[in-house]
Design a protein. Sequence first.
Length: 260
Amino acid sequence: MKQVLLIVLLILPTSLYAQEQVANRNSNANNTILSGKHWKMSIRGSMDPTKYNIWSYEDAELRGDTVISGIRFKELYKKTWTDGDNDQPFVFTRIYFGEENGKIYKYNSLLNTISVVFDFTLKEGDTFQTSEMEMFGEKAVVSAVSETILNGSTDKTPRKCLYISWYGEVIDIWVEGVGSLTNGLYGMDDGYFSWGCVMQLMICYKDNEVLYEYENMTDRIEQPVSLEGKGQIYDLQGRRVVSPQRGGLYIRDGRKFILR
């Protein structure tokens, strides 16, 4: 009896520890702001046809731990390069990102300002506005919300997705734990979601776990968009597209959209 009791006492802490580790992994799965997480982007900063083939790349990483205005922030380091460049070192951007109660905040230490970049508490039909949108009286709308398992993710954890629309077109998808599938950690933040600037999140990962990879995104919500009376359509390489395919990511009138 004593031997059985001893075995039970030995197993119980181990079992509780294992459960706690699983719980911690699950609770962190949808956290976006974690030290060591990376976002790799491809960027084309011009709609000039002569510069369609000029792309730059960025690797952003979160480090450190700083409390600002009661919110825990992490420092943003990044390196940028173009095709043929040598590998560049990471540099501190003086930008911080924090997370609290479903919202992602950005702190700009140069301007001493805090802004909301993502709000995962929004529901279908709610609106979102950056400071630049506010200047022009513009608002983006959450056109749909879903729970999504990304094919490229290592843990296959369902993540909340918000489909962001502008003038009736889906222009971005926010994924909990990842950020924007277009602009990575920057979302629709001023200076990144810009006219003529084509950005694409290629991969988001932490340590050896891939959270998102561009080719593997699934769970399309069908919202057909009429193409009548619109401008010419181009792919992400700037080539004109005569017959766009449903589910494809294209550019029209300087904005990216997904054809439903």
